[in-house]
Design a protein around this ligand. Structure first.
Ligand code: PMP
Length: 425
């Protein structure tokens, strides 16, 4: 049964049992309407309420200033956001350049001249910067190259170059080759596969005193709701729900309102075509989804409902909001790393100490010299103790304990104890 296991899978992750019990009931009969939550119209008032409450609770828990940021629910996963971030922020960059060209040439300038000036700017100045620190930021970088072509995409840092071709460190910020006026600077705050987490917001990307600064985009899919972060330093952050927030099916994007209408209006398809830039599918266009309060098309309200219930539980559990959850996350991670560190002859922690993830604890079992055998034995014995989902990502192997919010302290303690016992056996 659920009570017999602690599931350390990387995503989809375990959900709190009481949330699932409430959701199971809602699936049959939501609020005594006789109809389940997945059957009600996404255009109904109750659906709108679920969306608005989830947005508000997210903002409360993370202290997102709602006058400056819009939150939307998207449907194409974290992977969809790799593309959405490119389309929308290239669009915003073009909109800024367009305004600058009109200022230069005059508002009544000949259209062909405006397009020509813009095309020159695109060719000579459009750059997207990627800080690649693991498999997911690498995928995001590759998607940008695929959509735009390599000439517009700058690999500002590649962590593999300082670690024998492998991920596991974050290059010193002084070595990042950042472009001037980049359409975005992208990084992944927590690399789920490689167990690499930024210890704090990278200071080179911080806004300047006058409020200007780089357009920072972060993928927070696997550590959202586990730590406090300086919201105002970001232009866009996104996260899939299926780790700390809820179940698979919704992805959240939090966007600075200065990048949305009426402040920024995406270029028309005609203009993008003339500039040789890709046209975003409407479903990935933030301004369209935002304008429709995430209901441009049929959204899975059930998934939003689950996320909403998780947020309500977090708010009930932690009066000091995300700071409270952060303390628990750190306590659990420290327990696990300490257990591993106590036996360097048996375990090798994969990432460098300075960038160890508090969410995805990646290590190898070296006991006896035959890693394959040792890891097989580790996984088998862990499973027999009800500790499941510990196999590392297929691309890197090894062991990965995903220590998300739904893992109770006791679950982490049990795993730490097993790590000890296995080492001593
Ligand atoms: N970013 C990160 C950090 C992830 O961990 C994942 C999935 N595990 C993704 C992006 C991709 O998300 P999805 O599978 O929802 O497309």
């Amino acid at each position: 049964t659920r009570a017999d296991i602690t599931y350390f899978g990387a995503g989809p992750a375990a959900l709190p049992t009481d949330v699932l019990e409430t959701a199971a009931q809602a699936l049959l009969n939501y609020n005594n309407t006789g109809l389940g939550i997945a059957e009600h119209s996404h255009r109904s008032e109750l659906a709108t309420n679920i969306i608005n409450e989830a947005k508000a609770d997210l903002a409360t828990f993370l202290d997102i200033p709602t006058d400056e940021y819009e939150t939307i629910f998207m449907q194409a996963g974290g992977t969809g956001e790799f593309a959405a971030s490119v389309y929308n922020l290239v669009g915003a960059w073009v909109a800024r350049q367009h305004a600058a060209v009109l200022k230069e040439l005059g508002a009544d300038a000949d259209e062909a001249k405006v397009v020509e000036a813009l095309r020159k700017r695109v060719q000579s100045r459009l750059k997207l910067d990627y800080i690649v620190t693991g498999g997911w930021s690498l995928k995001a970088y590759q998607e940008a190259v695929r959509l735009l072509g390599p000439e517009y995409v700058n690999l500002a840092a590649d962590a593999r170059t300082i670690n024998d071709g492998k991920f596991g460190k974050i290059p010193d910020q002084s070595t990042w080759k950042l472009s001037e006026d980049a359409a975005l600077v992208y990084y992944c705050d927590n690399e789920t596969v490689d167990g690499v987490e930024f210890p704090e917001f990278p200071s080179v990307l911080a806004p300047r005193a006058d409020g200007s600064g780089p357009i920072v985009v972060a993928d927070m899919s696997s550590n959202i709701l586990s730590r406090r972060f300086p919201v105002r330093n970001y232009s866009l952050l996104f996260f899939g729900a299926q780790k700390n927030l809820g179940c698979t099916g919704v992805t959240v994007a939090v966007i600075k309102k200065s990048l949305l209408p009426p402040n920024t209006v995406q270029p028309t398809p005609t203009l993008l075509r003339k500039l040789g830039l890709p046209i975003p599918p409407i479903i990935l266009q933030y301004e369209t989804i935002a304008k429709n309060n995430s209901l441009y098309n049929t959204l899975s309200i059930f998934d939003v409902y689950i996320a909403g219930q998780v947020l309500k539980k977090l708010l009930r559990t932690f009066p000091d909001k995300v700071d409270g959850q952060q303390k628990v996350a750190e306590q659990k991670a420290n327990l696990l790393y300490a257990a591993l560190e106590a036996h360097p002859d048996v375990y090798r922690i994969v990432p460098d100490k300075s960038v160890r993830s508090k969410m995805n604890i990646c290590f190898r079992v070296t006991k006896g010299g035959n890693i394959d055998e040792a890891e097989k034995a580790f996984l088998k014995e862990a499973t027999s103790r009800g500790l499941t989902g510990l196999k590392g990502h297929r691309s890197v192997g090894g062991i990965r304990a995903s220590n998300y919010n739904s893992i109770p302290l006791e679950g982490a303690q049990n795993l730490a104890k097993f790590i000890e016992d296995f080492a001593k056996a």
